[in-house]
Ligand binder design. Structure first.
Ligand SMILES: [Zn+2]
Length: 549
């Protein structure tokens, strides 16, 4: 027996030397990101530079030397002093709509209606079949800032239905073939049919525009899945780890769920249901529990009005540049209240589009019939672009969450004064005032209306300037966000606006390992460098979904 005791220490020493060089002495994780600057809570914490991830969850955040001496990983990222933020979230976007838009002619950069026509003619050469569809035109960017008409489209495309949607999605131009195919009655007296001297121009607004769009043939199921994947990849490259699908239907929700469950879609998605009967009966009343950590189906989307650019936003007093016109309330007050009641009863969140001060006031008052002070329902007002000074305190009083898109302020600033006049403009895009109401708010892009890039959102929030640095002093700077507020609005506050704050939005142990890694610290670099910051990696559930080339 004795010799064994002599040999044992020798064996232990040899084994230690041998095993110390392999992984067995260390504990296993899936991914270690080291040599990083890490945003924890509210600053770049220089005392931590390493994150270990296991099963998609943040396992450790700490010092490189300590973590790597005790843990190994299947995969490592040497961050080379780049900055790791909680994964960027878009708190208001139309993910499925964006995917569908990817198959349409992109008119966003057209500087005139003639250019729109040129793009459509070119697009037709490579897309010769079926309807000709385009999106993103904006007459406010043209020399002639009037709505276009469909004469040229009728001449060029007498038998092909052509539909081109305005940048805000609330107005479109259709040619006669499309109007006929959609079964629109031009004798209708609706204000949603734009007419000059009693004759339709081909411009349609709001629900009639929706009806025309619904006539556009849908892509096949296989094509739709490819489009969703392309959309997701574009979002990852922009640094997004979670998005919103702000108003979709049953088959679209089930498709997203199926793709996620089959490992075909890594993107986390907060789904808002359109308030149609099928959605209400299937999801809300039957309490179908689809929600998991990648998908949330617990909100209903409502629309109170249209958009400011197409004068559909509902104002208390007429537009300053269209006498007598106060915009369009797109859902009746009774219907808004009916859906709110269903949502309240079944524990659903309500997120209502309201842009003009009249619509915002209406939504706040409708919500206040259900919500009690101190509630945590997080019912939201989407956009909240023009808020009457007398109404703003209702956000705080009833814990109603403003959901803003900071790029809207900088996109609209060239013409907002025309629509609103200078007195009302002061109360528009008042993000700092809105933030004060509950001490937090949600921020997004409303893509495809704006670009998907969260860095644009961040830049416009803090600078209130366009990408050329204008106006040099910023637009209504009293309502700019600080850098920290802007970052929170697209990370932890955006998470909170979808009841996800327990899972994402911060880099701490136990949360989901979703990160956006940038080459620069956007909290401290000079303002003009923010737009040059590069996304190096996007990580969702501990998996690299994007890596810069
Ligand atoms: Zn939207």
């Amino acid at each position: 027996m004795k010799p064994r005791h002599i040999f044992l220490p020798v064996f232990v020493i040899i084994a230690t030397i041998f095993m110390g060089s392999c992984h067995d002495m260390k504990r296993k994780t899936d991914l270690i990101i080291y040599n990083a600057r890490i945003f924890t809570n509210d600053h770049i914490d220089t005392t931590v530079d390493c994150i270990a991830i296991k099963k998609g969850i943040i396992y450790l955040v700490g010092k490189d030397a300590e973590i790597r001496s005790r843990y190994w990983a299947k995969e490592y990222i040497n961050a080379k002093k780049s900055v790791v933020y909680p994964g960027f979230i878009d708190a208001h976007s139309h993910f499925t709509g964006y995917a569908k838009f990817l198959r349409y002619a992109n008119l966003t950069n057209a500087a005139s209606f003639e250019e729109v026509i040129d793009i459509l003619v070119d697009f037709r050469k490579t897309h010769p079949d079926g309807w000709l569809v385009g999106r993103g035109w904006d007459q406010n960017k043209w020399d002639v800032k009037q709505f276009p008409d469909n004469k040229k489209l009728n001449e060029l495309f007498p038998t092909t239905p052509v539909v081109i949607t305005r940048v805000d999605g609330h107005a479109l131009l259709a040619n006669n073939a499309a109007i006929k195919a959609a079964g629109i009655n031009l004798n209708d007296e609706s204000s949603q049919i734009h007419k000059i001297n009693g004759v339709s121009t081909g411009i349609f607004l709001e629900t009639i525009a929706d009806k025309i769009r619904e006539s556009i043939p849908e892509p096949s199921e296989a094509e739709m899945k490819i489009l969703l994947n392309t959309a997701a990849n574009l979002c990852y490259a922009a640094g997004l780890t979670a998005v919103t699908d702000a108003g979709i239907n049953k088959n679209e929700v089930l498709r997203l769920n199926e793709m996620q469950q089959n490992g075909k879609l890594a993107m986390h998605i907060d789904v808002w249901l359109n308030p149609n009967e099928e959605n209400i009966n299937y999801f809300v009343k039957q309490d179908i529990k689809l929600s998991n950590r990648a998908l949330r189906v617990k909100a209903i989307k409502l629309y109170a009005d249209g958009a400011l650019g197409s004068r559909g936003a509902c104002l208390k007093m007429p537009y300053s540049d269209a006498s007598g016109n106060v915009g369009i309330q797109v859902t009746s007050s009774a219907e808004l209240e009916k859906i709110c009641k269903i949502a309240y009863t079944y524990g659903y969140q309500v997120n209502t589009h309201a842009i003009g001060d009249s619509a915002v006031g209406l939504v706040l008052r409708t919500y206040s019939k259900f919500l009690k002070p101190g509630n945590d329902r997080r019912w939201r007002v989407e956009h909240a672009q023009v808020v009457a000074p007398n109404d703003i305190s209702l956000f705080g009083k009833f814990n109603i969450i403003p959901s803003i898109q900071t790029t809207h302020a900088t996109s609209d600033m060239p013409w907002a004064k025309l629509r609103l006049g200078s007195k009302r403009e002061k109360y528009a895009y008042a993000y700092q005032d809105l933030l004060k109401q509950n001490s937090w708010l949600a921020n997004g892009t409303d893509f495809p209306i704006e670009r998907i890039d969260p860095l644009f959102t961040f830049y416009s929030a803090v600078s209130r300037k366009d990408h050329y640095g204008n106006p040099p002093d910023g637009y209504q700077m009293e309502n700019a966000l600080t850098r920290l507020q802007a970052l929170k609005s697209m990370t932890c506050w955006a998470a909170k606006s979808a009841f996800n704050e327990g899972e994402v939005g911060e880099i701490i142990k136990g949360k989901i390992a979703s990160f956006t890694i940038l080459d620069k610290d956007i909290l401290t670099i000079p303002e003009k460098e923010i737009l040059d910051a590069k996304v190096l990696y996007t990580i969702i559930d501990g998996k690299i979904v994007y890596k810069v080339k």
